[in-house]
Design a protein around this ligand. Structure first.
Ligand SMILES: C[S@@+](CC[C@H](N)C(=O)[O-])C[C@H]1O[C@@H](n2cnc3c(N)ncnc32)[C@H](O)[C@@H]1O
Length: 505
């Protein structure tokens, strides 16, 4: 397998890695104690509604350290949803430490007036530094952003997290301007980028949820069309980053530049803001794709993605194939199911019929009904025509090493599939048997499984996820279908060998 990434433990240090923060100056130390005091004064209901989870100083410093130092002598900064102003203090301190002559114009937006006294204190402190001018906007950021014609060089933000219902005023306004987002944090991110000048940079800390899944697909497309991601920092700890706010979201920091799309992307990760970082650089297209944003957590994950992108490029639909979930829901169709064969019954395939890469039906050890006796026209809708299909388990148990478990089923009568199975078909009918064998072998390979794990955060294998999985060409799948393998090593070697040849061979 080719290796395109390198893991450098503890390399580099500031600004990318949170190893040796300079000891907080009194300005930063004051901002931190103001943050903690302000956070502690918030009522829990209001805090949750307004998404008021403030950024600990070390995280704020890590974010600030990602800022590109401006070439020009003046810089315009925006901090939307500024809270007590910790991000602004960290960023301005960092920029002035690196470039003391820089003239800074800082705009902060915060619509909770009860936070303004703390925020204004932060702004006054910054203004004392001399070349810093500050502006506090007390409005709803969504409305302000859609109305202003100002543009910024740098946006730094920890946006609020709250679902946006269709009835929400902000959501209606966004929709009227063509912005569709499921959560207010995504609106902040998108509007933040829109308010950048070309080449400007946004540094944000958000939950990880926008990186995959259909819910955020439109947002991902809009965001990545507008801005190129250059650094992603993943905090592996779910609970420690915002420990003092009891937030249980997996957090990540993303640095993106408007209209600048790099060839490489830097991925850094740390357990939380207190430990060592790991860093690797990977090709941009291994991370940002039309379907997902991949975050290979380990070198092995990065290799799996890179291998797949070099060897496979088709979705099932490109191959003229479809994937669906079995149509029989056991508890809804009890009277149509039977444990024993009855004349006229059709085979009913359960996940437990798959074993050792094969389908065994009927099978003594299977406790669930194995026959379908839907003889009425209406009930026959659950049947698939006679033919060959690839069956794929939808659920793996914790003990199972693999997520993808596939096997070929052939029948000269129609059959029914339980809904704990997915099946691959051609326009609702069976597949040519060699192709089916090849598909099953490929799905059972280590390469397919490792790749699947990187983009699917859960143990369930949804038909939707299968539609996003990459496959080799039909010729390669048929070539795989001719090979018989006895064990996992042989499967992986066969896949390596056939997929390393060009698709037309
Ligand atoms: C997650 S907190 C982050 C605060 C601060 N930036 C930090 O990092 O500590 C989000 C902030 O956005 C503010 N906020 C929520 N909705 C807003 C809106 N629609 N317009 C402006 N500010 C908003 C909240 O009051 C809160 O202070």
């Amino acid at each position: 397998m080719s290796q395109t990434s390198s893991l450098v433990q503890g390399e580099g240090g500031y600004p990318f890695l949170p190893l040796d923060f300079p000891a907080p100056t009194s300005l930063l130390a004051q901002a931190e104690s103001r943050r903690i005091k302000t956070q502690a004064s918030l009522g829990p209901t209001e805090q949750a509604q307004r998404g008021q989870y403030f950024t600990p100083l070390k995280v704020a410093q890590l974010m600030a350290g990602l800022a590109r130092l401006p070439g020009q002598s003046a810089v315009k900064i925006l901090d939307p949803g500024a809270g007590s102003g910790i991000l602004s203090v960290a960023l301005v301190s960092y920029l002035l430490a690196e470039k003391p002559d820089l003239e800074i114009s800082l705009t902060v937006v915060e619509n909770d007036a009860t936070l303004h006294p703390a925020l204004l204190k932060s702004l006054r402190e910054l203004e004392k530094l001399g070349s810093v001018k500050t502006f506090l906007v007390g409005q709803n950021f969504l409305e302000w952003a859609l109305g202003t014609d100002q543009r910024f060089d740098l946006v730094i933000q920890n946006p609020p997290y709250a679902k946006l219902s269709a009835q929400d005023r902000g959501q209606k306004l966004l929709r009227s301007r063509g912005v569709t987002v499921p959560n207010i944090y995504a609106a902040f991110m998108l509007l933040g980028v829109q308010l950048l000048r070309d080449g400007g940079q946004q540094i944000s800390i958000t939950p990880r949820s926008w990186m995959n899944g259909s819910y955020y697909a439109r947002f991902r497309q809009d965001f990545t069309a507008l801005a190129g991601l250059d650094t992603i920092h993943v905090f592996e700890s779910r609970d420690r980053v915002f420990a003092d706010s009891e937030v249980l979201q997996e957090a990540l920091i993303v640095s993106a530049r408007k209209g600048v799309f790099p060839d490489q992307i830097r991925l850094t990760s740390s357990h939380d803001q207190h430990d060592l970082s790991a860093s690797r650089t990977v090709p941009y297209t291994d991370v940002v794709t039309p379907d997902f944003i991949y975050l290979p957590a380990t070198d092995r994950d990065a290799e799996a993605v890179s291998w797949m992108h070099q060897h496979a490029s088709s979705h099932l639909s490109d191959l003229g194939l479809g994937v669906s979930t079995g149509k029989v829901v056991g508890f809804r169709a009890k009277e149509l199911l039977s444990q024993t064969y009855l004349p006229g019954a059709y085979p009913l395939l359960q996940a437990s019929h798959l074993s050792g890469g094969e389908v065994q039906h009927p099978r003594e050890s299977v406790k669930k009904p194995q026959w379908y006796i839907g003889l009425a026209e209406e009930d026959k809708k659950a049947l698939l025509p006679a033919g060959t299909y690839v069956l794929l388990k939808r659920f793996s148990t914790k003990e199972e090493k693999r997520r993808l478990v596939a096997a070929v089923w052939s029948s000269d009568t129609p059959s029914a599939f339980d809904n704990k199975l997915n099946y691959i078909h051609q326009a609702g009918k069976g597949l040519d048997p060699e192709l089916a064998q090849g598909l099953a072998l490929y799905l059972n390979s280590g390469q397919a499984d490792n790749y699947f794990r990187v983009f699917s955060g859960h143990t369930q294998v949804n038909a939707g996820d299968m539609k996003k999985l990459l496959f080799p060409s039909l010729d390669q799948l048929r070539a795989l279908g001719k090979i018989s393998c006895k064990n996992q090593d042989e499967i992986d070697s066969a896949v390596e060998k056939i997929l390393s040849k060009s698709g037309e061979d």
